[in-house]
Design a protein around this ligand. Sequence first.
Ligand code: GLN
Length: 229
Amino acid sequence: MRTIAPYTPIQYVIGSVEFCGININVDERVLIPRPETEVLVEAAVQLTGLCSLKVGEIKILDLCTGSGCVAIALAERLTKGPTNCRIIASDISPDAIEVARRNAIRNGLYNHIEFINRDLFDGIDDKFDIVVSNPPYIAKYEFPTLQEEVLREPRIALDGGEDGLDYYRRIISKLPDNLKRGGYALLEIGFGQRCAVSAIVDESGYFKVNCIKKDFNGIDRVIIIEWIN
Ligand code: GLN
């Protein structure tokens, strides 16, 4: 009989989770997709509608893809409609890329997504219409307060450094090179991070906050960033 370690999240035991109506396989190598991340997908789908009015093919980059849930949900939505899109999904973890790739294959969307093993934008020269990410955003001081089940998820997928904001600083500092003029970046944020992340955007000198989307609990969850001009 298979033994299950104490506090193993139920999703790892079952081996899959529903995300945006899509079945995503998960195991200890990847973060378990959360329902609030569906807000990120919905917001990106809306913006591709806007972008596709301006350009032909929409190029989307999903950073820190993990299980691939965001990239796969976007591919599922966008390839059904009139939008012509190309999606690149990256993650620093080769294990996560392996899980994400399999998830795309299982859902018949492998042809629409290119998976690459990278640390954020490293070695990516392309410019994108839309950059999406649910980066690690848990601060160091929050770890002792996390549920045991959350601590079973990969630390690398949760740990946002001393104040939880490391990835926002890194992503926003590289955006000028990888976001097309007129494009948008959509970043999931943690509870209470709205002001701090908005300040990082403002301090960039290149970008401003377009809007903030709340999740179904009324918590600020997705920050949409655009060029100042
Ligand atoms: N949403 C996860 C949690 O709060 C964190 C995921 C992340 O760091 N992006 O448990």
